[in-house]
Design a binder for this molecule. Structure first.
Ligand code: CTP
Ligand SMILES: C[C@](O)(CO)[C@H](O)COP(=O)(O)O
Length: 274
C-alpha cells in the first residue's frame, strides 16, 4: 500500500458524473435534471458530497450546454465554502469519457479522487467518508459494496449454466475512490476504450491495481428506472436519507485546500426550477 496520500492528507477531488441521458428512466431529459421530492437529482447528489466534508475541488460533469444543470452547479458554487470549490465541465458519450473530462478539469495537485454517480443521488455522506479515509490511508483504489441478497444465475441462450457462490459476490456502488495518479494512468491505458468496462474500479483491475472494499449503503442505490425514482421519493419523504451524515468538515482527512471560492454561508435549501 502506498503511503503517499497518508503523508500528504488533503481534501479529495470529487468528480460527479451527471452527463448521462437517463434512457432507462425515460423522462426525456437528462437524468440529473429529473426532480425527486422537488429538487433535481444533481442537487441531492451535491448535497451529500458537500455534507460529507471530504470534498476539495468538486468537478460536476454535465451534458453539454444544459442550462438547468449549469445553473444548479453555479448556485452550488456560489454557496460553497472554502476549502471546497465547485465547477462544471461537459461530459462525453460514455461514462468513462465523462470521468476523463472530470479528471482533466481537476487541479493537478489533487492526490485523492472520488468518482460519484449523480444518479446515486441520496448516498449518505458517511459512504464518502469511508471511501476517502481508506484512500487517504494509502489504498490505491476503494469501492463501496453490499452483499448480494439474491441468488444469481449465469444464463446462456436461455439456459442456466452456473450459479456463482453468492458469498463471493458484491454489488458495487459509488463513490469510488482512487489515488489520483493511479486513476489517471488507468484512464490512459489500453483498457480505457473498452465498452464492456462499466466503472473505474474495472479499469484499475485491468491495470493490476488492487481494489479494496468498504461497506456500502442501501441508500446509495442508483436511480436507474422509474421504480428507483419512486423509492428515492419515498425515502426522502420518510426523512431517513442522509441520517448517517456527520457535520461537514468533521472528517479527519482535510488539510487546508489549494482551491476554493470566496467564503459564503452554506445552505442546503437551494431550489432550481426544471
Ligand atoms: N455519457 C455518460 C453516461 C453516464 N454518465 C453518468 O454516469 C452515471 C451512471 O450512469 P447511468 O445511471 O447508467 O446513467 P445514464 O447513462 O444516464 O442512464 P441510461 O443508461 O439509462 O441512459 C450517471 O450519474 C450518469 O449521469 C455520464 O456522466 N456520462
Ligand atoms: C459505476 C456504477 O454505478 C457502479 O455500480 C455502474 O457500473 C454504472 O454503470 P451502469 O451501466 O449504469 O450500471
Amino acid at each position: 500500500m502506498s503511503e503517499k496520500n497518508a503523508q500528504h492528507p488533503a481534501r479529495a477531488g470529487v468528480i460527479v458524473v451527471a452527463a448521462g441521458s437517463g434512457q432507462r428512466l425515460g423522462h426525456g431529459i437528462p437524468k440529473a435534471r429529473v426532480l425527486c421530492a422537488g429538487r433535481t437529482l444533481l442537487e441531492h447528489a451535491l448535497e451529500s458530497v458537500i455534507a460529507s466534508g471530504v470534498a476539495g475541488a468538486v468537478v460536476v460533469v454535465l451534458p453539454a450546454g444544459d442550462p438547468v444543470l449549469s445553473a444548479v452547479v453555479a448556485e452550488a458554487a456560489l454557496r460553497s465554502v472554502y476549502p471546497t470549490s465547485i465547477t462544471a465541465v461537459a461530459g462525453g458519450a460514455t461514462r468513462a469519457a465523462s470521468v476523463r473530462a472530470g479528471l482533466a478539469a481537476l487541479p493537478p495537485t489533487v492526490g485523492v479522487v472520488l468518482v460519484h454517480d449523480a444518479a446515486r443521488a441520496i448516498t449518505p455522506p458517511a459512504v464518502f467518508q469511508r471511501v476517502a479515509a481508506l484512500v487517504s490511508a494509502g489504498a490505491s483504489a476503494v469501492i463501496p459494496v453490499l452483499p448480494v441478497v439474491d441468488t444469481i444465475k449465469v444464463v446462456e441462450d436461455g439456459i442456466v449454466t452456473a450459479t456463482p457462490d453468492r458469498a463471493l459476490l458484491r454489488a458495487v456502488q459509488t463513490p469510488q475512490g482512487f489515488d489520483a495518479d493511479a486513476l489517471r494512468a488507468a484512464h490512459a491505458g489500453d483498457a480505457a476504450g473498452d465498452a464492456t468496462i462499466t466503472d473505474d474500479a474495472m479499469l484499475m483491475e485491468a491495470s493490476g491495481v488492487p481494489v479494496r472494499v468498504v461497506e456500502g449503503d442501501a441508500l446509495a442505490f442508483k436511480v436507474t428506472t422509474p421504480f428507483d425514482l419512486v423509492v428515492a421519493e419515498a425515502v426522502l419523504a420518510a426523512g431517513v436519507a442522509n441520517d448517517a451524515a456527520g457535520p461537514a468538515g468533521s472528517v479527519d482527512l482535510p488539510a487546508p485546500a489549494r482551491t476554493g471560492t470566496t467564503p459564503t454561508p452554506t445552505s442546503r435549501s437551494s431550489r432550481v426550477p426544471q
